[in-house]
Design a binder for this molecule. Structure first.
Ligand code: ATP
Length: 423
């Protein structure tokens, strides 16, 4: 089994990610996150939000609607230019993205491909209650436009001044020609984006571009991404999106090749000019700010963090997820499930820790099997309540990565884990 197959199997088996609508045969490009997957995704989003909105004075948050007035997408250029080049095999009629196939040959049957034609990625929806009154709208193809259309609202309703950023996390939809590589290319996915507005000067934009590029790379590294799995790649002229004057990707070394993780774009004044929006500074000077954007995918982050964390040591599978990202922070076990006093004490410890942390309970099988099961889902610490506990109110804490064990007093446990989590 290659790594992608292993992650796919683990994700399903342990409740991270399931194929969407599976009992009806699935639906290509759509995925559901299980009990552990939703925790992993929420933890990624929480850390991202914390690093931008809570830790910086110059960034505020937003949550705009998924469906907007269709004029937004006409004005932004997406109706016209949000396209990928589509080719079709003349023999089997399978469709592909022209820039993802080699030598004009069908990857499925070897047949000849048609000339590329533009394929728009926006997903259409119809809104309204009567047949005649239904209006065509779009599910947003990027979450970005919601930020631009609220630019004036945010400036007017906060005290924020340029340079400043608006951060947003939310679903986006693209009618991808070929969804695939598990969740990497989905038709429904989540983005986490920062639009950072600067004065309209190329030099300032370039400086902030470099700043955000490095800040974003370091954020991934601070959450346990191996440096060797990450790199920057600048877009060539022909692949840049219609709004970008400069674009660089942070790429991840996936089993299917180096792949875009997050895009850093200099959108200049393209969008605000299109929406006819300006900014007035304290001196009354009016101008159209430029925008540096960092646009990452939550689903790609979840997938790449899983791939990056996957380790095998002999029989053991270990997800070495950063504790801040791990779904469960701690698992609590009674040494023996049939000793009432151990179970009672362990339930007390479990109940106490659950006030602040997401904690697992396991009393099946033996301790070895429980460690094995927790390692596989990335739980950083396991707590065992044993006979010594009943005498001295201490428990064994076992570390996932080193497998080292130490005794910690029950009344110090919450603080012990909070300290470890704050590193
Ligand atoms: P690609 O070249 O892979 O199609 P893109 O350049 O079109 O990506 P952007 O428009 O820059 O992507 O979107 C920003 C981010 O949103 C991407 O870096 C990625 O993390 C995420 N993203 C984009 N499309 C998808 C998708 N179909 N499925 C999952 N995540 C996506």
């Amino acid at each position: 089994m290659d790594l992608m197959e292993k992650i796919f199997a683990l994700a399903k088996r342990r409740g991270f990610i399931y194929p969407g609508s599976e009992i009806y045969g699935g639906f290509s490009g759509f995925w559901d996150y299980g009990p552990l997957g939703v925790e992993l995704k929420n933890n990624i989003k929480k850390e991202w939000w914390k690093s931008l909105v809570y830790e910086r004075e110059d960034v505020v948050g937003l949550d705009s609607a998924i469906i907007m007035n269709p004029k937004v997408w006409e004005v932004s250029g997406h109706v016209e230019a949000f396209t990928d080049p589509l080719v079709e095999c003349k023999a089997c009629h399978h469709r592909f993205r022209a820039d993802k196939v080699e030598a004009n040959v069908c990857p499925d049957c070897g047949g000849k491909l048609t000339e590329p034609k533009k394929f728009n990625l926006l997903t259409e929806v119809y809104v309204g209650t009567t047949e005649e009154g239904k209006e065509k709208a779009y599910l947003r193809g990027e979450i970005t436009q919601g930020v631009f259309v609220n630019f004036k609202n945010v400036v007017d309703s906060t005290r924020i001044k340029i340079p400043f950023g608006i951060a947003q996390i939310g679903k986006a939809f693209r009618n991808e020609i070929t969804a695939g590589n598990f969740t990497f290319r989905s038709r429904e996915f989540e983005q986490m984006e920062l639009e950072y507005f600067v004065e309209p000067e190329a030099k300032e934009a370039e400086r902030m571009f470099e700043f955000w590029k490095n800040a974003r790379l370091n954020w991934y590294i601070s959450l346990g991404m191996s440096k060797i799995n990450l790199r920057f790649r600048e877009h060539e002229d022909k692949e840049r999106a219609h709004y970008a004057a400069k674009a660089e990707d942070i790429e991840y070394k996936a089993p299917f090749g180096w792949s875009e993780f997050e895009g850093i774009h200099n959108r200049t004044d393209y969008d605000l000019t299109k929406h006819n929006l300006k900014y007035k500074d304290d001196q009354g000077k009016e101008y159209t700010p430029w925008v540096i954007e960092t646009s990452g995918g939550v689903d790609r982050a979840a997938l790449f963090f899983l791939l990056n964390a996957y380790h095998e040591e002999k029989e053991r599978i270990i997800l070495k997820l950063h504790p801040k990202l791990a779904p469960y922070k701690v698992a609590v076990f009674p040494l023996l499930a049939n000793k009432e006093e151990l179970v009672k004490k362990a339930r007390e410890v479990y109940g106490g820790l659950r006030k602040d942390l997401f904690v697992a309970w396991d009393d099946r099988g033996n301790i070895g099997k429980r460690y094995f099961a927790q390692d596989e889902i990335g739980t950083p610490w396991c707590v065992t309540v044993d006979f010594t506990t009943l005498g001295d109110e201490t428990v064994t804490v076992r570390d996932r990565d080193s497998t080292k064990q130490e005794r910690v007093a029950i009344d110090k446990l919450a603080e012990y884990f909070q300290n470890k989590l704050s590193i």
